[in-house]
Write a protein that binds this ligand. Structure first.
Ligand code: PEP
Length: 274
């Protein structure tokens, strides 16, 4: 089987966004992870602290920086947007695309700001695809997030939703580019809720992502693509999830805000039997 290097990526979301607090957290992560090998580590802080964290980490740091979103145009009248070239220039190497907090499942003609409704940013499979193409063109590694809502799971639609999201994201992308892409399976009902998907089920759905990539390209490409699990991963459940054959790491929200928890998860990934 293809050997895949595990990746542990922290999604800080809209937290630790002042230079002072972001510097404290990245310094702790850097120091605690200094002797951890065999795993790639990335942190995705708010845009505004990327430059500051790049200067804390320096060039050639084993800790990579990621952004939480990207716009597909390179420049122009797009108020508030950040392009892939700008991220690359800021020293970013990964970018989250299509996180469930940005996807709008039901259209956004009338944005709904109710907590938890998931309609406010209106990301679609088509915009995820454009962003993925743009990120690849600037040598960024997209972490494409896919996942079903509780309603979709209860209706038995999980597998179809996941396949459609993977196919939509990869539209027009060539075989040789797939090695740069990471998928993250994040069941929406398990994000920030403390509810984890069972390790067997997480592995099964990650297997569907892999099979979809194999069907679209070939078995070698599907076998090589990295797939993370995300959704309330913590030090006490990380090993059980990370040991699964189709899971190659984690996308960590809440637990990435505490350096000791985040690095413990990275250590769990580094300690997997080879
Ligand atoms: C996330 O938002 O990507 C995530 C996985 O969050 P949490 O770990 O807090 O569930």
């Amino acid at each position: 089987m293809t050997k895949r290097t595990p990746l542990i990526a922290g999604n800080w979301k809209m937290n630790k966004g002042t230079t002072a607090e972001a510097t404290v957290l990245i310094t702790e992560v850097r120091d605690k992870a200094a002797n951890v090998s065999g795993v790639e580590i990335a942190v995705c802080p708010p845009f505004t602290v990327l430059h500051a964290l790049k200067s804390v980490l320096g060039d050639n740091s084993p800790i990579a920086l990621g952004a939480q979103d990207v716009y597909w145009k390179s420049a122009g009248a797009y108020t508030g947007q950040v392009s892939a070239e700008m991220l690359s220039d800021a020293g970013v190497s990964f970018v989250l695309i299509g996180h469930s907090e940005r996807r709008g499942r039901f259209g956004v003609a009338e944005p709904d700001f109710t907590e938890g409704v998931l309609k406010y940013f209106g990301e679609t499979d088509a915009s995820v695809n454009r962003k993925t193409v743009a990120a690849l063109a600037s040598d960024l590694k997209p972490i494409v997030c896919v996942g079903e809502t509780l309603n979709e799971r209860e209706n038995g639609d999980t597998d179809g939703v996941i396949r459609a999201q993977v196919e939509g994201a990869l539209d027009g992308i060539f075989t040789a580019q797939i090695a740069q892409i990471v998928f993250a399976y994040e069941p929406v009902w398990a994000i920030g809720t403390g509810k984890t998907c069972s390790s067997d089920e997480a592995d099964r759905v990650c297997g569907i992502i892999r099979a979809t990539v194999s069907d679209l390209y070939d078995a070698e490409t599907g076998g090589a693509v990295r797939i993370l699990y995300g959704g309330s991963m913590k030090p006490d459940n990380a090993s059980e999830l990370l040991v699964q054959p189709n899971i190659d790491g984690g996308l960590i929200g809440g637990a990435s805000l505490k350096a000791s928890d985040f690095v413990s998860i990275a250590v769990a990934a580094a300690s997997l039997p080879s």
